[in-house]
Design a protein around this ligand. Structure first.
Ligand SMILES: [Zn+2]
Length: 90
């Protein structure tokens, strides 16, 4: 199994992870500010601005370590692949 992506073949975008973490934090702040209308308005404005600052990149990208396969051939795997390749070429 590929250690770079834990076998999924894709990596989550760091920009999106940061964006989601900030969303979660702001949403928690909104409910904390429930009894303070002024605070609530301010946090809602922050949330709206945050909503407009969504990352433009893709949420997932292909893992470079395994080329998106999720697995990296072992030493034996490489030998087997080489064997099959030779066999096919005959
Ligand atoms: Zn990978």
């Amino acid at each position: 199994m590929c250690s770079g992506c834990d076998g999924t073949g894709t990596l989550a975008s760091e920009a999106w992870e940061r964006w989601y973490a900030e969303s979660t934090r702001l949403v928690a702040l909104v409910s904390d500010a429930d009894r303070e209308p002024v605070l609530r308005t301010l946090v809602n404005q922050l949330l709206q601005r945050h909503e407009q600052e969504r990352p433009t990149e893709a949420r997932e990208r292909r893992c470079d370590d395994c080329g998106g396969a999720g697995t990296v051939p072992t030493e034996e795997g490489h030998e087997l692949l080489a064997f099959l390749r030779r066999h096919r070429e005959r």
